[in-house]
Design a protein around this ligand. Structure first.
Ligand code: XBP
Ligand code: MG
Length: 227
């Protein structure tokens, strides 16, 4: 668990951890963008659960193209446009106020602040998606700003590669044993674990039944991590 006096920063994953953005915003935004591109693909909840094993929305589209027997290389340009449009629709959904942070998120940040523990963001989603979540869902909470924000645009390799976590440690000038990670997916656990960081898993809509072997603790809600 998070230990005041020992841990100096808690690194938060975004999608599924801070808010249930995958089901509430990314999935409907993908389907909207696919429709607007004139593609017949529509993703069900079950399709998306499987596709989420691939981190990165663009990479997810390429994988689906391959799986369905399409020439992913030939579709690259089209799918880059679909991905951009998906993120536009994602921001529109967030702007509507439909996506709230998970229960206990603000309480957890305030409890960390009381113990002089900072918080940071380590996600491989696009920068624009983090900005939308911050502007529309989180800024009304009046939280202290994150110590650093690492997004997908900052790295070459997305989770489960540890690059995003290693970059966060470098920016924070902290070592792995000074920090603690909260993630919701196996890819996130592998990424943080690969950087030598201890990880708490908070179960989320799409990843609740994944294997979390190696996690320090697995909880259902962020409230259980309040210090
Ligand atoms: C979450 C993801 C992201 C989002 C979509 O990454 O896999 O790809 O589903 O975001 P993390 P983009 O677990 O690091 O938050 O479309 O911007 O890639
Ligand atoms: Mg996640």
């Amino acid at each position: 668990m998070i230990i005041p006096g020992k841990h100096r920063c808690v690194l938060f994953d975004v999608d599924g951890t801070i808010a249930e953005t995958e089901g509430q915003a990314h999935l409907p935004a993908f389907n909207h963008a696919l429709e607007e591109a004139g593609l017949p693909w529509r993703w069900t909840h079950a399709d998306y659960k499987r596709l989420l094993k691939t981190a990165g929305g663009f990479e997810r589209l390429l994988r689906y193209a391959e799986e369905t027997g399409n020439d992913a290389g030939a579709l690259r340009h089209l799918l880059a446009g679909v991905h951009k449009n998906k993120n536009k629709h994602f921001a529109e959904i967030l702007a509507s106020g439909a996506v709230k942070p998970r229960a206990g998120f603000a309480e957890l940040i305030h409890s960390l602040t009381r113990h002089d523990i900072r918080w940071a963001v380590v996600t491989t989603t696009s920068r624009s998606n983090w900005d939308a979540l911050w502007n529309y869902s989180l800024s009304p909470l009046e939280l202290p700003a994150p110590a650093t924000i690492v997004v997908g645009d900052d790295v070459q390799a997305k989770k489960p590669d540890p690059e995003a976590y290693l970059l966060a440690l470098q920016r924070l000038s902290l070592s792995a044993h000074d920090c603690y990670v909260i993630e919701d997916s196996r890819n996130g656990l592998l990424a943080a674990g690969g950087a030598g960081l201890p990880v708490a898993i908070v179960r989320s809509e799409f990843f609740a039944d994944e294997s979390f072997e190696g996690a320090a603790v697995v909880v259902d809600e962020l409230t259980e991590l309040v210090v």
